[in-house]
Ligand binder design. Sequence first.
Ligand code: 6R9
Length: 659
Amino acid sequence: MSQTRIESMMDEKRLFEPPAEGRETAWVKSMEEYEALYKRSMEDNEGFWAERAGTLIDWFTPFTKVLEADMDTPSIKWFQDGTLNVAYNCVDRHIANGRRNKAAIIWQGEPDEDVKVYTYQMLYDQVCRFANVLKAQGVGKGDRVALYMPMIPELAVAMLACVRIGAVHSIVFAGFSAVSLQNRVQDCEAKVLVTADAVLRAGRTIPLKKNADEALRECPSVTRVVVVNRANANVDWVEGRDLWWHEQMKAPGISGHCPCEPMEAEAPLFILYTSGSTGKPKGVVHTTGGYLTYTAHTTQWVFDLKDSDVYWCTADVGWITGHSYIVYGPLALGGTTLMFEGVPSYPGPDRFWQVVEKFRVNIFYTAPTVIRSLMREGSEWTRKHDLSSLRLLGSVGEPINPEAWMWYHEHIGGSALPIVDTWWQTETGGIMISALPFATPLKPGSATRPLPGVDARIVRPDGTDAQPNEGGHLIIRKPWPGMLRGVFGDPARYKSTYFERFPGAYEAGDGARVDSDGYFWIMGRLDDVINVSGHRMGTAEIESALVSHPSVAEAAVVGMPHAIKGEAIYAYVTLSADVEETEELRAELRTWVRKEIGPIASPEVLQFADGLPKTRSGKIMRRILRKIAGGSTSDFGDTSTLADPGVIADLIEGRVDLT
Ligand code: 6R9
C-alpha cells in the first residue's frame, strides 16, 4: 500500500456515529451491548460459542463437547461429537419453518432480462436432484468435486448438492486458466468436475469448457464432467466422460428427494485454494459445524440480516467471500441472497445501482476496488437510480482508503448508512474485525473492533504486545469456529504458515496497528503476497510462471501502488542470453502469465532488467524493487550487502511508467 494512503489513514480523525434508525430492531443495539458481549466471549469463550452454535444451527445430534484445541500442534476441534448437515440447515429447515415460498436466491444474469428466482422449495428440488446426479456418478462422502463455473445459480446448487451427500467441493474461480485449474484438480484429486460451456462477461462469450478440457488432459482422477449450458456455445465433447447438466437433472431415476448425510462437525466441508508467499497455492480446508456456525453468526450480526431483506454481496462465489456471504451465511439464516453474473461497468457504470433499484436491495457488500473504479466515473451515475432501499453497506478485500470510504458513504449511503469494513481471510472462514452496524462509531479506513469471540492482537516480531499505534503482526490468540482446519494434503505447511512464528496463536500475515480507542487499522500483507483488486496473488507463483517461459532467465515480482486496484503487479524480467528485448516479447510474456495463471495475474508493468539487486548470498532484495516500482529514485536504505550496487541505477533508468 502506498505511503500516502497509510499517512492519510494515520491522520483520519472523523468519527461517524451509528444511525439511530434501525437500532431498535438491530441484532446488536449499542456499544455497551457490544462491550458486554465481547467481555463475555473472552471470559467464557466456549459458553459463548456453544450458545451461538445452538441458537443458529439445527443439529441432528447435539454436541456435548464444545472445543478441544491445541494451537501449537495445531489441532482444533469444535462441537466434535455433534452431527449436522449444511444443506439441511441452508435449505430443508426453511421449508419446514414457513419460508417455503420465500426467495432463497434471486439470480440476475448479465443480460438484464435474464432473471431467475429460486424459492426455498425450488432450491430444495434442484439441490436434491443434483445430489442424486452426483451419487449416480459414484460420488460419495468425502469425495472431492471440482466446480469451475460462472456466476450462475447452478453453482450454488452444485455446492449444496455436494454438502448434502458429504462430498467436498473445491471451487476454482472461472477466471483462472487451464493450468491453474489443472493444478488444483490434481492436488485434491477430484472425481467429478462441474463446469459450463462458456462465461458471459461484459457482452462477450468466453469459452470455459475449453479450459476444462485442456486441464483434464492430465487429471486422471476425474471420471465425469457435468456441463451447464449457459451460452449455447460450441463445445468439444468427450463421449463417456461428459454429461449435460440439463439432461442429467431430468434423467430417469433422478428424483427430487435425496436424504441429507449426517456429518460429523469436523468433517471437511470444502477446500478453497489461496495464494501464499511461497510455491503453489494452498488448499485451505474448512469443516462443517464450525464454519456454518461462524458464517451464520457473522452474517446475522455484521449484516444485521432480517427476513425481509434483499441482501447482495457482489463477490464471485469462486472466492471465499462468495462462499461465506453469498451462499452459506445468508442461506443458513433463511435469507434472500442476490447472485449477480455481470460486471460493475457493463452495459454502463450504473449497472450496480440499477440492480439495487430493480430489486430494492437493502444490504450491499462490495470491494474497495469496485468503489474506486465507480467513483472515477462520477457520481451522476449514482443519482440516476433510487437507492433509498439500502440500509447497510459493507466493504471487503483490502483496506478502504478514506476517500473511497467517504464517496461510498455520501453517494451510495446518502451520508446516513453504516459501512461495515470487514477484515477477514480465506483462512478465517468469516469476518473477524468489523463494526456492528448499529452499534459501532465508524472511522473511515478502520475495520474498527474485533467481533465478539475474536481475540485479535498486534504483536512485535518477538511476540510481545505492541503499544497503541505501534504497527506489528496481526495475530488471533483464541481459536474460533470458522478457522481453517488444514492445508489439504500438507499438514506441515498448515503448521508452518500459520502457527509456528507466534506459538499458541494464529498468524494472519497482515500488518496492523490498534489506535488508542482500540480500533484496528490494517496496513496490508507482510509477506510476499500482492493484493490486486482484493485478490491475493503470490509473487512466487507469478515468478515461476515467468521463468517457465524459454526466453526468461530470471524474474522478480513486486506490488506497486495503483489508484483503482490498490496494488498492481510489477515484474522485473532478465532474459536468457541472446534473447532480444522487444515489445512483442513483452506482450508475449504478459499473455504467457495470463495463460499460466489467469488474467488477474498478468503483470501491469513488465520491465526488462539486465540484473536484479541481489545480496552476496544471492537473495533478491525485493525492498529495493518495490521502491523502484513505486517511483523512488533515492533512499534505498542499507544497500551495503548488495553484490553489485550498480544495478540500482540501471533499474531506475529502465523503470516503466504506468500510463
Ligand atoms: C475475505 C478476503 C485476505 C487478505 C487479508 C488482507 C486483505 C481483506 C480487508 C483486508 C484490510 C479489509 N483484506 N479484507 N485488508 N481491510 N477489510 O478478502 O479473503 O482473499 O483470503 O484475502 O485481504 O490483507 O489478509 P482473502
